[in-house]
Design a protein around this ligand. Structure first.
Ligand code: C2E
Length: 686
């Protein structure tokens, strides 16, 4: 039918072969003519299938009906529509983009004869435009910085993220060499290698460093992609700022290797550093020193002031330790109140001791806990490599042994010697045996009378513990009590002593033997145990003893750490009605100002002042003044360690008739003590 229409004349072939669709329609929208291209665009095999059919407008093929209305409107108004782009459905339902031109054809009298027009399938162009638009959106909105360069690394484009990340604007960067982004820490050779690899394999990716406009370097993840390989190829650099990631990684590494409280290297890191230092010492032939230290009475301080103060003290200790050594020396916290210092290239013992002295000097100043001035000492153990040990573990444990030795001996520091190894082994074995001792009933109490030397009467007794070890001879409390304290076993032992002493006195009383007073030693741990008051109450209740019979012996040093807390504890005890005796008086802290605040009933003159009586005039003078002081403050006074009649006579003459010591009796078991008690003659009298 189309061929019959020869209005197209010589243009017929053009019409038939055109790549654009061409059509003519009746005024009411039916095809009069259509070329093969139009049929193809709409999905028909032959134009014949279109002819006489309704046009796309009439058939409503537009995806968006508004397009159809707009097309009609323009054509009606202007008689011509140019390059009208719309989406339509083809015969098979596929959606395509077309660009359509149309015009109304009129006769000489302006009457509408037909419409004619062309249709182009612009789907491919539209899709390309869309992906370009998408790419542009991605380029601009993506979080990563993007830099596009030519084959010579000259920057062709950068995105917004790049501008934000680096501070450079696109205007500043375009045309510049990408090497501008390189930093000194990544040498140019490395940068060249990166580009070479990217050009060769198509991509290089990894972590590197780049810089901001103000030259500040930052770590970045970089993906460098060669877009078109070859001389004129382009490169796309994708950059992500990984400062935060690096910081997080560092933080995680730091937490795994450092102590959270003091921020010092932890035990694991110290051991690693120690291992490395030993390797270096082997290479250089130099000595390496380890100083092992702990804070004296830290547990007391922690118990009395609370953990907040304890933590703050440890932080301040860490700072002071750091101030004593070079930045390259390692200081670590092993846990609790134990610290370690590694001093590489130390000349000899005296250099290590000089460092220990420096630490002691640093501890001489009080620690300032938000207004509270706290004195805390330290004990230091020194061990040297290769002199004292052949490996990291043994070096550390020998420094620990030396520290223990210093603490026990009341020394500020001590250097390891091989005898300490034996002591450590002894301590470990004692510790193991001690754990069994309570359950296996290996403890006994012995009793030493307190005597009025003028009358010979027993006025009281001190209960003293004995450990009947199954394999050894009796172990002295002077030996095992410090071990029990360190092993955390002292609480249970103390509890047993308290209960057993009260029970024994009640038993004697029931047998008609009246002991006016029984003294029990308290350890620092027991003194600071918040349950002390309840335990004392329970022991008294179980035995039926009146509180005034019980006397608790405490030492001055127990109170020095926290005077206010000590006063509070003593107040609770005296409110119960029990008596408190200040043992070892004169050997320790002896603040007379505080003494009058302590609700104690008795001062006990230490054996150290008695031993050299009456010859030592100085000791004699001290004793005379302690007796006078006790009298003025309303305390009773007793002297311990009295071994001779002369000592007893001296004390009695100065107004201290109550005494304890080998002169009257050694500590004896319960049966022997009962015999002493039942002897109406009493003990030696002056
Ligand atoms: N040279 C000499 N020594 C004399 C004389 N008279 C008594 N002693 C000894 O001096 C120590 C007195 O006890 P301490 O000062 O409280 O000193 C005690 C006390 O601090 C502690 N201790 C003993 N028993 C207990 C206990 O049940 N609990 C606690 N926490 N500590 C205890 O162990 C320390 C040593 O106790 P022991 O070996 O029993 O030693 C006792 C006693 O046997 C004397 O005339 N000359």
């Amino acid at each position: 039918m189309a061929r019959k229409n020869d209005d197209l004349g010589g243009y017929r072939s053009l019409f038939e072969n055109a790549v654009e669709g061409i059509y003519r329609t009746t005024p009411d929208g039916r095809y009069l003519d259509a070329n093969p291209a139009l049929a193809r665009i709409y999905g028909y095999k032959d134009p014949a299938e279109l002819i006489a059919g309704l046009t796309d407008i009439a058939r409503g093929l537009y995806v968006d009906p508004a397009d159809r209305d707009r097309f009609r409107e323009i054509l009606a108004r202007d008689s011509v529509v140019s390059n009208f782009e719309a989406r339509v459905r083809t015969r098979s339902g596929e959606i395509i983009w077309i660009a359509e031109n149309a015009r109304a054809v009129t006769d000489g009298r302006d009457r509408l004869v037909c419409y004619e027009g062309t249709v182009q399938n612009i789907t491919a162009r539209k899709q390309a435009e869309e992906s370009l638009r998408l790419a542009a959106t991605v380029f601009e909105t993506v979080g990563e910085a993007i830099v596009v360069t030519d084959g010579q690394r000259r920057i062709l484009a950068v995105n917004d993220a790049f501008e934000r990340m680096t501070g450079w604007s696109a205007a500043e960067m375009v045309g510049q060499s990408c090497d501008l982004l390189a930093v000194e820490m990544i040498g140019l050779r490395e940068v060249d290698e990166m580009w070479r690899l990217a050009a060769g394999t198509g991509q290089w990716s990894g972590e590197t460093w780049t810089r901001r406009k103000e030259s500040e370097p930052f770590p970045a993840a970089l993906a460098l992609t060669a877009v078109d390989q070859g001389i004129d190829g382009r490169f796309v650099l994708l950059l992500r700022d990984i400062t935060r990631k690096r910081r997080d990684e560092q933080r995680i590494r730091f937490h795994a290797s450092h102590d959270a409280l003091t921020r010092l290297p932890n035990r694991h890191t110290v051991m690693e550093a120690l291992g490395e230092s030993i390797v270096r010492a082997d290479q250089t032939g130099e000595r390496l020193a380890v100083l092992y230290l702990d804070v004296n009475r830290f547990k007391d301080i922690n118990d009395s002031y609370g953990h907040g103060v304890g933590d703050e003290l440890l932080r301040q200790v860490a700072r002071r330790l750091k101030s004593c050594v070079r930045a390259s020396d390692v200081i670590g916290r092993l846990g609790g109140d134990e610290f370690v210092m590694l001093l590489p290239s130390v000349g000899d013992h005296s250099a290590a001791q000089a460092c220990a002295n420096k630490v002691l000097y640093a501890f001489a100043e009080p620690f300032d806990m938000e207004g509270l001035q706290l004195f805390a000492g330290t004990s230091i153990g020194i061990a040297l490599y290769p002199d004292d040990a052949d490996g990291a573990e043994s070096l550390l444990s020998r420094a620990d042994a030396a520290m223990y030795h210093a603490k026990r001996g009341g020394l500020p520091y001590s250097c390891f010697d091989i005898e300490m190894d034996r002591q450590v082994a002894e301590r470990v074995s004692l510790e193991n045996d001690l754990r069994l001792a309570l359950g296996e009933d290996q403890f006994r109490l012995v009793y030493q009378p307190k005597v009025d030397a003028l009358s010979g009467a027993i006025v009281g007794a001190e209960a003293l513990i004995r450990w009947r070890h199954p394999m050894r001879s009796d172990v002295s409390p002077g030996l095992f009590i410090p071990v029990a304290e360190r092993a955390g076993l002292i609480g249970a032992i103390d509890d047993w002593v308290l209960v057993e002493a009260c029970r024994q006195v009640a038993e004697w009383r029931a047998a008609g033997l009246n002991l006016p007073s029984i003294s029990v030693n308290l350890s620092p741990a027991q003194f600071h145990d918040g349950r002390l008051k309840d335990k004392v109450k329970a022991a008294l209740a179980d035995s039926g003893l009146s509180p005034s019979v019980l006397e608790l012996e405490i030492t001055e040093t127990m109170m020095a750490s926290d005077v206010d807390r000590a006063i509070e504890i003593l107040g609770q005890l005296s409110a119960l009605g029990v008596r408190v005796s200040l043992d070892d008086f004169g050997t320790g802290y002896s603040s007379l100002a505080y003494l009058k605040l302590f609700p104690v009933s008795t001062l006990k003159i230490d054996r150290a002042f008695v031993t050299e009586l009456p010859g030592n005039a100085k000791d004699g003078a001290i004793i005379a003044s302690v007796i006078a002081l006790a009298g003025n403050l309303g305390f009773s006074v007793i002297a311990e360690g009295v071994e001779t009649r002369d000592q007893a006579a001296f004390l009695a003459a100065r107004g201290c008739p109550v005494m304890q010591g080998f002169l009257f009796s050694r500590p004896v078991n319960a049966a022997t003590f009962a015999a002493l008690l039942s002897n109406p003659e009493g003990l030696i009298r002056l």
